[in-house]
Ligand binder design. Sequence first.
Ligand SMILES: Cc1ncc(COP(=O)(O)O)c(C=O)c1O
Length: 444
Amino acid sequence: MDRARAKRIAKQWMFPTETTSYMGGLEDRPVLVRSEGRTVTDSDGKEYLDFQSGQMGAALGHQHPRMTAVVENTMRSMMHSTNTMLNAPRLKLHERLGKLLPLPLSKSLFLVSGSDTIEASVDLARKATGGVDVIGFHAGLHGSTSYLTRSLSFNWERRKHSVVAPATQAIVTPYCYRCPLKLKFPSCDIQCLDTSLELADANFTTKPAAFIGEPILSAGGVIQPPEGYFKKLQEALKARGMLMIMDEAQTGLGKTGKLFGFQHEKGVSPEIIGISKHFGGGLPISAVCTTAKVARDAVKNGYFATRSHATDPLLCAAGTESLNIVEDEDMAGKAAKIETRIKGAFNKMAKEFESVGDIRGRGVLLGIEFVTDRVKKTPANAQTKMIFDYCLNKGLIFQIRGTRGLQNVIRLVPPMTTTKPELDRALSILYDAVKRASKGKRRG
Ligand SMILES: Cc1ncc(COP(=O)(O)O)c(C=O)c1O
């Protein structure tokens, strides 16, 4: 399909926000027709390195051959099934995931999307604790269902989302590069958390139920809470009878260099986690995982969560194979190596270009924040857009992210299977892009 026809269809038939929501101009972007490995191809035959892993669902690479084989086989035997009966792929996935989870997490239920896991996790925490209030990071994003998950996605402007769910409130994101309290870690002693909790305690309208957060805030601009933050938070939650829900949509299953993002901090053990994105190796399946005790307490109070397609053999078989691949092919180890290479290249660039303000994230979830000067940390939104445009033109795809008004972080999420030559190519394009966008602003 040629670009002109694609543009006409988009303008005439697509819902308007579809074409305007992400930095606008979707109808002028390439029309993708094929994907394989780390490459997507547009309708003109132009190839792009996909450093956003689709919408993060292709972190194993597009059409991983083992995924394709399992999907083809399962489609011939049983694609869909009722969730009121057991089916073999569903049971196998419960067992596979159960054995992989760090104890005391052991129980799982399956859903379809990341937003589903958040809806179900919050309800789980509420039913298990008898509380209602939920707190989350003010730069967090947890989904797009129109009521609860948008209300908890404080990084979006909540007022845009019609009615906001009650008993949801934000706490300050520990964004050390731009500390909202203008303090410095570690001498700050994580004051942002004390202040946040003091305010939350004053705001609670009921018994509180849970905190929800991403181990690394992806859409908020790849913000990595400092060492010790989650441990201190979990102690505070326990003191209030609240549960910790970790949204591992973006950080789970190897991407940060460990199986789960929360495992980077010793002594942190969330009672509930949500996994989605590449869990299905490209197909939509998600899971809520919890401890036997939380599951029991919630079920006593009438908890249940399901979707018509959540236990489809096709999706469950895909889930099991993606977990096999993550383990067999040491995806976490691969992600850690990619982190070293990309951070190494940007650390070098930071010596040359003033605009490279901060380099952060883990594994294949990395963010580079651009500024016009390093002292004032003025966000370089325009230069960041120039970098994005240049890279897209040269065949490299990623997204721009940031907290609220900021759009100055390039978020790189290459598939964990990205090869050395592919990384070299991407880094060479990025170097040229940063150089052009930094014209006249070289260091030294
Ligand atoms: C951290 C996080 N949680 C939840 C979601 C929602 O997932 P989905 O779009 O599959 O509902 C997203 C989406 O990007 C996300 O980044």
